[in-house]
Each structure stands twice: as C-alpha cells, then as structure tokens.
Design a protein around this ligand. Structure first.
Ligand code: NAG
Ligand code: NAG
Length: 716
C-alpha cells in the first residue's frame, strides 16, 4: 500500500511536468473533449512581412521626392509564409490546426501581424520575436496602372536562432505529428533545411514553394520535397532553361527531377498546372475560370498577388486531407480554385478564399469531402485507435535467456546462437530477435542467420552493440585514445552493416557499458562528453549506418563502470540534442535501468517521446534495491508502474517493438517470455479501457483518488 501511494505521487508530479511541456497540444485537445488527439496539423515555416503600400503617380527618381496621390497608407500582412498560413487556415475551416513558424520583429507592426494571423485561426506559438530588428517590411509604391515598385526589408525574417540546436528543436516540435509541411524561400536556407530534416525524420510530407530568393535550391531541400512548386518563371530561373511552351516546361521540370526532386508541380498561369515525375507529366489540371464575371462569363484577372500562395496552400491542404494529388484530380482542383479566386480580388490576404469560396469554383463531382467531415473522421479514427484493445506492437525477447534451463527444452539441440533462435521461435507471441554484436554475429554469414530466422518464423528486431571488454575497458566513445574511439566507431559501423543485411526493424542499439568511471577525480567530464558526441556522430556518418536508426541505451551504473557518463533520462536527452541527428539518433529506454536511476519509466517514456527520440523500449521489472539489474518478468513487481508505462507508450503512438530484457535464470525461459507478452497485452487493453473511461480528464485534473478507483476497477 505504501509503495502504491509513493508511486502514485511520483506519477502525478511526472504528469504535471509533462503537461507543462506539452501545453499547446493539451489545450487544443481540451477544446475537443470527444477526440483523443487533435487531427494532424499543417505547419508552414517561412516569412512574415508588413506591406506598406502607397499610391503614387510614378515612383521617384534618384534624389527626388514625390507626393502620394492618396492620403492613405495601406498596412497589410504579407510574406509568402504568412500568406500561405492564412490561406491554409481559411481552407481547412477550423477542421485541423495550422501552425506558422516565423520570426516577428520587435517593432509595433509585429503585434498587428501576429493578431491578424491569430484572427485567421493560425497558431503562432512556435514563432519567434526578434528584440532588435523590425518585422520584415515591404515598401510598395503603386503606380496608376497597377505597376508596383518595391523595396523589401528582410528584418526579422533573416534573423533566426543562430544556435543550430535551438533551431532544430523548434522544427522538431513543429513537425511532430504534422500532416504536411509547407516551405518557401524567403527565409535563410539553413532554416528550410532544418525544417525539412525534422519533417523527413517525422515522416511528414513536404511541399516546397520555389518562390523567394533567386539562388540555386540546396540539393538537400530539393531532394526532401515531395512536391517542389515553381511557377513558370521560377522554373526557368532554376534550370536556366526556356519554359514558355508546355514542352519546354516539361523538359525543365525533368531537369529538376534529374537533380533529385521527387515531383515538380509547375504552375503555368492561365495554362493550368502540371506535375512532372521521373516518367514525365504524371498529372495535370486546367486553370479554373476566374470568378466575378457576369453570369455565364468569366471574370478578369484583377491582381495576381498571393495567387501562388493560395494555390500552394490548397495543395498542402489536399495532401493533409489524405488526397493522392497525382492520382486524384480533386487535389489539383482545389488548388486551381484557390488560385482562380485569388486573382479575382485585389491584395494578398483579402484575396485568399475560404473553403466554400474555393469549392464554389469547382465542378460538383470534383469536390473533396467537407473538411469538417474529414476531420471528424480522422478524429474518430484516432479515438477508435485509442479505444482499441488490440496491441499493434511486435514483441522480442532476450536471446541469451534461451540458454537457461536447457533441461526443459525438447529441442535437444546445442543451444548455440541459431539453436537459441529456434527455441525463441517456439514462444507464443514473440515475433522478433535482437542480436548482440559482435558476440552473436561475428564470423557468421548473414544468409545463415536470415535462414534460421525464417525457419523459426521470426524477424530481426535490433542489432545490439556489446563492446568487447578487452579493447574498450577504459571507454568506447569517450576513450582518451583516439584509435580506440575509432575502433568503437568501427564496431557500430559493423553493427549497422548487420542491421542492414538482416533488415532489422529497430536498427542498432548501443549500450556504452564502459563509458563511465569508478572514482572521483578520475575523468574530465566536459572533455569526455565532447569526445562521446564526436564519436557518435562519426558512427552515424559512416556509410554502413546510412538509413539505419541508431539508439543509445543508457544505464546509470554497472560493474564495468560504476557511474555512467549518461546516468539519467535528462542526460540522455541532452546527448540526443548535442548529437543533433533528428530521426537518426535517439534513445532506447530500459525499464530496469530507469528504476535503477531512481526514475519513473512512464515519465521517461513520455518525455523522450515528446522529444521525438523514443526509438525503443526494453521491458522487465526489478526490486530496485536488490541485484544490480534483476530482469524479472514484466509487471511482476511494479504493476501500476508497468500499466502506466504501457499507457504512455500507447498514448504517445509508440510503434517501436516491445522487447523483454529479462533474466529468467531459474524458470523455463519460453514460459517466461510468453507470460511477458500476455502481461503487456493485458496492460494494453487495460490502458484502452482507461481511455474509454476518461482517464485523460483525470490526468488533467491530477485527480489521484479517481485514478486509483479506476485502476481498482480494472482488477475487479
Ligand atoms: C512567379 O512567382 C513570382 C513570385 O514568387 C512572381 O514574381 C512572378 O511574377 C511569377 N511568375 C509568373 C509567370 O507568374
Ligand atoms: C577538460 O578538458 C577540456 C578540453 O576538452 C579543457 O579545456 C578543460 O580545461 C579541462 N577541464 C579540466 C577541469 O581539466
């Protein structure tokens, strides 16, 4: 009873912390109590300007002053990023959040810009404010014929955090859980590159508007874009090729594809738009009639400002709503309609259509389902997933456990590595095997291993690095001897090569068991940290590790180094931040290690998942004060703690594998592994029941007694 109470208190402190960290999402969720999670948002990263427009008879010549012909100064929101965010927000009509990540200045226009975006339903909470620079400013002089002469002042648009880590962390937060990311080229390339990397790592589709600075597109941005969207003149500029006929535009589009773009969506004004892929034109759409003409007639183009912004934002909305833009013409229809509406109204923001205004321009059969409906559907699906009892995770169990109690195995074969794989294959509910490297794999042929896996009905989970003590006793990544550090990098690269040839779904897990110390005044901590970060980066940059996820499994203490250099979840998150390879380098947490570190596994799982870095979880249970790491059956000692952990893995959308890192030294290891799987699945369905019964409200209210009573009801 006492343990239970202490445990619960820890948990509620933990949850309070998590709620503070995650407050933007939580507050949104709170407005929609019927839905477990908000529908995935649209994120626009880019510029925001204040456009100051005056009317003149003609722009002044050098050293000349002219008087405006109109006493008013028009003050309006501009900048491709802000325009596209507003366009997207009008088109989604409240069905999903739209987030704008930009930089406001420290001037008086900043609040006007911010208010205008917020009034249009755009969330600007991830945007920055530069204390010294003004907001980006467009100074426009409009001549009577509508010709504009302008000066653009970059202002805060050019002043993003100089610290790469800060920039990356903002982008990771912006991209997490997004349905699509929309970029343009009015902010520095490094901003777009950080945003695109974060989106890619989170599996978020990217639309890149090629408009903005007149400079070559960085290769990484070109390759990251799912849709690269130039208009005719931008396409010509980027390729230095003619684009005035459709054939020329196709040839130029193919040139961008040859340079690495996946798909090029070129807009050709009144000639419509086409999508060019590796095989040529893969989709096209005519321009839709401009509205505003007399009945039965077509209106005229009044002002092209922001038409491209409307088109691209609508494209992103279609992608967010799950439309395959190449195969389903309704996506390009929405974009064409948004563009047609925008050219019929003067100005930027005033010309951006609502969903209804755009839909009205589209022939009936090409309408997308109403966005509210789509959102409700997404909401219902998320809700259903959270209520679903069925656990979608795949399970693995410690291979070396299969060595134990050979007397109980009917296999009667030698329990070498492949024999252990066969024995594990007999366990009900186990799908995956994690191998230790080099121990389990060195000297074997990948074919022999994959053959044994197939015969046992299993697949490879992860390749787990175990540095041999002989070489790495004084540290692997942090060893003072650069040649030993290089050897550690080689070991990781070897593990990556195996992970690739076994197609290991969880990649490589590194437990750096020797990176620590035993005595005070033994180690220079700053230096060891710096070396460790450098060595991990060097490993990630090895060809063998390209495309392989690598995760770090911290353990606070071990006989091989009494005090680890990464002794806690917080330190491990700092390592992820410093290594700074989002999506490539993350953490595998281990429940036993977390308890040994005095932490609550559920809280750690939530925090690491929030950082987008939860690659894996090793499950088991421990009597915290007994052996160094007991490795007991899952949920056998800390039952409510295990339930809470499963709840948070489930709530955070964790889709890594569930791996039982246990040491059944006296039991039948196959019965123990099967028990673990059942225990986990049972907790999963209990977590689903807690969701159905409204545990989220209880958590929001820190309501201990209601929570305990709900848990009581599970066992009854
Ligand atoms: C293409 O877009 C840019 C703005 O990004 C604009 O200045 C230019 O006029 C557009 N070109 C055409 C042919 O519409
Ligand atoms: C630790 O190592 C760094 C070099 O990485 C050095 O600059 C610093 O002075 C050292 N600190 C101590 C206390 O030895």
């Amino acid at each position: 009873m006492a343990t239970w109470r202490v445990f619960t208190r820890t948990v509620y402190t933990a949850i309070a912390v998590i709620i503070l960290i995650a407050s933007p999402d939580v507050s949104f969720a709170a407005e929609q109590p019927s839905c477990g999670a908000p529908p995935p948002h649209i994120v626009v990263v880019g510029s925001v300007n204040v456009d100051l427009t005056v009317k003149v008879a003609r722009p002044p010549a050098l050293e000349e002053t002219v008087t405006a012909t109109d006493p008013r100064v028009s003050v309006a929101v501009g900048g491709k990023g802000a325009n596209q965010a507003v366009a997207a927000a009008r088109l989604v009509a409240g069905s999903r959040p739209v987030r704008f990540v930009g930089q406001f200045g420290g001037d008086s226009h900043a609040s006007m810009l911010e208010q205008e975006l917020v009034a249009n339903g755009v969330d600007v909470s991830l945007s920055g404010r530069h204390p010294d620079l003004p907001s980006g400013t467009g100074l426009v002089m409009l001549s009577p014929g509508g010709e504009a002469s302008s000066v653009v002042v970059g202002g805060a648009n050019s002043a993003w955090p100089e610290n790469d880590d800060e920039l990356v962390s903002t982008m990771v937060r912006a991209a997490r859980g997004a349905a699509v990311m929309l970029l343009q080229r009015e902010v520095p390339d490094r901003v777009n590159l950080a945003a695109a990397a974060a989106a890619k790592a989170a599996g978020v589709p990217i639309v890149v508007d090629a408009g903005g600075v007149d400079a070559p597109i960085p290769a990484a941005l070109l390759e990251a874009a799912d849709y690269l969207c130039p208009n005719e003149s931008e396409l010509a500029r980027l390729t230095r090729m003619p684009t005035s006929t459709d054939d020329e535009a196709v040839a130029a589009g193919l040139e961008l594809v040859a340079q690495g773009a996946k798909r090029v969506l070129v807009t050709l004004g009144a000639r419509g738009a086409m999508v060019i892929g590796a095989t040529g034109v893969i989709a096209r759409h005519d321009a839709l009639p401009v509205p505003g003409g007399e009945v039965g007639k077509v209106g005229e183009v009044v002002d092209g400002t922001a038409a491209g912004d409307a088109f691209r934002a609508a494209l992103a909305v279609a992608v967010a709503e799950g439309v395959d833009v190449v195969k389903d013409s309704r996506g390009l229809a929405l974009a064409a309609a948004a563009g047609a509406h925008a050219v019929s109204v003067p100005g930027a923001v005033p010309s951006l259509p609502t969903r209804d205004e755009a839909e009205n321009l589209i022939p009936e059969h090409r309408h997308l389902p109403a966005p509210a409906l789509a959102a409700t559907k997404a909401c219902e699906e998320t809700d259903a997933a959270l209520r679903d009892d069925e656990c979608p995770l795949r399970f693995g169990s410690r291979l070396n456990s299969m060595k134990e109690r050979p007397d109980l195995w009917s296999g009667r074969e030698r329990l070498d590595v492949l024999g252990m794989v066969r024995r594990l294959g007999e366990v009900e509910g186990i799908d995956l095997v994690d191998f230790n490297y080099p121990q389990h794999l060195d000297g074997r042929k990948p074919k022999a291993v994959t053959g044994a896996l197939r015969a046992a009905g299993l697949a490879a989970g992860a390749v787990a690095v175990r540095f041999p003590a002989s070489r790495f006793r004084a540290g692997a990544f942090t060893n003072p001897d650069p040649s030993v550090r290089a050897a550690a990098v080689d070991v990781v690269a070897g593990a990556c090569a195996w992970a690739r040839s076994l197609d290991a779904s969880a990649g490589v897990i590194v437990w750096p068991q020797f990176d620590g110390y035993d005595y005070h005044l033994q180690v220079n901590y700053s230096d060891a940290w710096r070396r460790g970060v450098g060595a991990i980066r060097a490993a990630l940059d090895r060809d063998e590790c390209e495309g392989v996820k690598v995760s770090y499994e911290f353990k606070p203490t071990d006989p091989s180094s009494r005090f680890a250099l990464v002794p806690s979840t917080a330190a491990a998150l700092a390592l992820v931040r410093d290594v700074n390879r989002p999506g490539r380098f993350g953490l595998t947490l281990d429940a036993g290690h977390l308890v040994a570190a005095g932490e609550n596994p559920a809280q750690s799982a939530a925090m690491v998942a929030d950082a987008g870095a939860l690659f894996g979880f090793h499950l088991g249970d421990v009597h915290s004060k007994l052996a160094a790491e007991d490795g007991l059956a899952f949920g056998s000692v800390h039952a409510p703690g295990a339930l809470e952990l499963v709840f948070w893995l489930r709530a955070s959308g964790y889709r890594g594998h569930a791996y039982f890192d246990t040491f059944p030294e006296a039991e039948d290891p196959t019965r123990e592994a099967a028990y673990n799987v059942r225990a986990f699945k049972r907790m999963w369905s209990w977590a689903a029941r807690l969701e159905r019964d409204g545990i989220r409200d209880v958590l929001l209210n820190h309501d201990a007694m209601t929570s305990l009573e709900m848990q009581e009801g599970l066992i009854a």
